[in-house]
Design a protein around this ligand. Structure first.
Ligand code: SF4
Ligand code: SF4
Ligand code: SF4
Length: 152
């Protein structure tokens, strides 16, 4: 297979990644990881949210042997979204700073809320909350999409 130009390859690899922006691959987000793969600096096994189907799809595009995803990087979980327990939120804004996709709204000392359609389920806001008032819940619509993905 002739490899496409690097920008094109990065774009196509990025499109295969779940866009969770969780950093479990060891890069600052999905696109930086796509760039590292395209440059031959990283293999296709580093993304837990993509799971085994994701790793296989990346390997196929890279023209390398199919691999399972690296379990040491994290668990492959069903799609989830963050929910703020409003009664306990002290409005400290730490979750907003931690969120890579601006899915949390709120102002200083005011209750915060997660914009459900934007939340990728990356969990980065959970440890950032000083009062433990963010919980992860299943995302039914995305769970269905994920099921479709895993049939690749
Ligand atoms: S582990 Fe996967 S979903 Fe998370 S940032 Fe890296 S490529 Fe994106
Ligand atoms: S709200 Fe939390 S879980 Fe959702 S994308 Fe932002 S940091 Fe990640
Ligand atoms: S980090 Fe927790 S307490 Fe602070 S604004 Fe976010 S949800 Fe509220």
């Amino acid at each position: 297979m002739t490899r496409p130009p690097i920008d094109d390859l990065i774009e196509r690899l990025d499109r295969l990644l779940p866009q969770t922006q969780c950093g479990q691959c060891g890069y600052d987000g999905c696109r930086p990881y796509a760039g590292a793969m395209a440059r031959g600096e990283a293999g296709p096994e580093r993304c837990p949210p993509g799971g085994d189907p994701g790793a296989r799809a990346l390997a196929l595009l890279l023209g390398t042997a199919p691999v399972a995803y690296d379990r040491a990087r994290g668990e492959h979980k069903p799609a989830q979204v963050a929910v703020v327990i409003e009664a306990d939120c002290i409005g400290c804004t730490k979750c907003i700073q931690a969120c890579p996709v601006d899915a949390i709204v709120g102002a200083n000392k005011l209750m915060h809320a997660v914009l459900d359609p934007l939340c990728t389920g990356c969990e980065l806001c959970v440890p950032a909350c000083p009062v433990d008032c963010i919980v992860m819940e299943p995302a039914p619509q995305r769970a269905q999409a994920e099921q479709t993905r895993s049939t690749w």
